[in-house]
Design a protein around this ligand. Structure first.
Ligand code: GN1
Ligand code: MG
Length: 355
């Protein structure tokens, strides 16, 4: 496989070193070196991304736009192969190669608020750079990816079809998801009211999807552009809340370790707003705090639905893995909701200062 893929790019397998790279669960990634130059080789998971050509289409359209409007902005598009294509298909598998950004690094956890600040700035900057880009030119790379009503409908269907054993094991989680149906109702109301604008959204804002300068830790650019598609800002801000606020992540089984860091909340707000303050409408800004509830709840719904379905989507390492992940997200959600008035206080203080 490597031979055929590398050939297409004029690289020579015999002269390369190839090693697995990164911590992604969906795609396969390798780092390739040849004669002192490093590349990132990736195979796209076509079970999850059913139309990989949509990914290539979106990245190309954005790259062309940015080359015209902001050539200094660091945007990591795939390298073209010898035929000028930005991906290659070998044995029905879909591969692409990216340049490796030298002197960059990434982290898997937010240890300090500054890291959350730098990441939030980069995700905000990305959407800001593309504020005048016609979002209708982008194709959905996963249909209904962050469509909460659909995710809840999938949960209800899973509940109907699940075994009695799984239903009784997940009893508490199911009750919690039902207790929080209001989060979905609020989303439906939000969309109906037209309060949110369709924008170019990243949809996977975990900290490892930002490249940082190795020396200073400052933000360089965003990566992992497969879920870049039209969406709402609450997806990006909400996924930062979901994955940065607690030091313990969704894999943690000891929920006493899940705790909300308000200084990280303030850092996400500062970084994102430094870029997006002039872009978001005042109505959209009212849903900054809601975004965390939206994303944490949706993730809980997805994990529990997958548990009820018999673990068919997310990779699992032990029998109740998805149930524990779902319970973890429910715990995070309840702790987030308990902090809402503190979050409001933080935002009010910033707004009062600017007035
Ligand atoms: C999946 O594998 P990863 O971490 O890139 C999922 C996200 C979830 C995340 C939860 C395409 O992303 O939506 O938030 O797991 N991506 C897809 O860990 O489903
Ligand atoms: Mg991803």
């Amino acid at each position: 496989m490597f031979q055929a893929v590398l050939d297409a790019y004029g690289l020579h397998a015999g002269k390369c070193t190839i090693e697995p790279f990164g911590s992604g669960l969906i795609n396969h990634t390798w780092k390739v070196y040849q004669e002192g130059i490093a590349y990132i080789l990736q195979e796209v998971n076509t079970v999850v991304f059913r139309e990989p050509v949509h990914i290539a289409h979106n990245i190309r359209a954005i790259k062309e736009y940015l080359d015209q409007t902001a050539p200094e902005y660091l945007f990591i598009a795939p390298i073209k192969d010898l035929n000028g294509d930005d991906f290659i298909v070998v044995n029905n598998r879909f591969y692409r190669i990216f340049p490796f950004v030298e002197k960059s690094c990434s982290v898997d956890f937010v240890h300090q608020p500054e890291q959350a600040y730098h990441a939030a700035r980069q995700f905000g900057k990305f959407t800001r750079m593309l504020r005048a880009f016609n979002v209708q030119k982008l194709k959905p790379t996963i249909e209904n990816f962050h469509n909460l009503p659909l995710r809840v409908a999938q949960f209800k269907k899973a509940l109907e079809q699940a075994s009695q054993k799984r239903i009784s094991e997940a009893k508490f989680a199911i009750g919690e998801i039902i207790r929080h149906y209001g989060i979905e109702a609020q989303y439906v109301h939000l969309l109906d009211s037209g309060a949110l604008n369709l924008r170019v959204i990243h949809h996977d804002t975990k900290i490892s999807n930002v490249l940082l300068q190795a020396e200073t830790g400052a933000g360089l650019c965003v990566i992992d552009l497969d879920t870049v598609m039209p969406g709402y800002f609450i997806s990006d801000v909400g996924d930062m809340m979901r994955t940065y606020l607690s030091e313990a992540n969704e894999e943690e089984k000891d929920f006493s370790k899940i705790a909300i860091r308000t200084d990280v909340f303030a850092a996400i707000h500062k970084g994102y707003m430094e870029e997006m303050d002039q872009v978001l409408t005042s109505t959209e800004k009212q849903f900054f705090i809601y975004s965390g509830k939206f994303m944490i709840y949706m993730q809980a719904v997805r994990f529990i639905a997958d548990f009820l379905n018999g673990d068919i989507y997310y990779k699992t390492n032990y029998p109740k893995h998805n149930l524990i992940r779902g319970l973890n997200q429910i715990d995070l959600l309840n702790k987030y909701i308990a902090k809402e008035s503190e979050f409001e206080g933080i935002i009010k203080k910033i707004n009062d200062f600017h007035e």
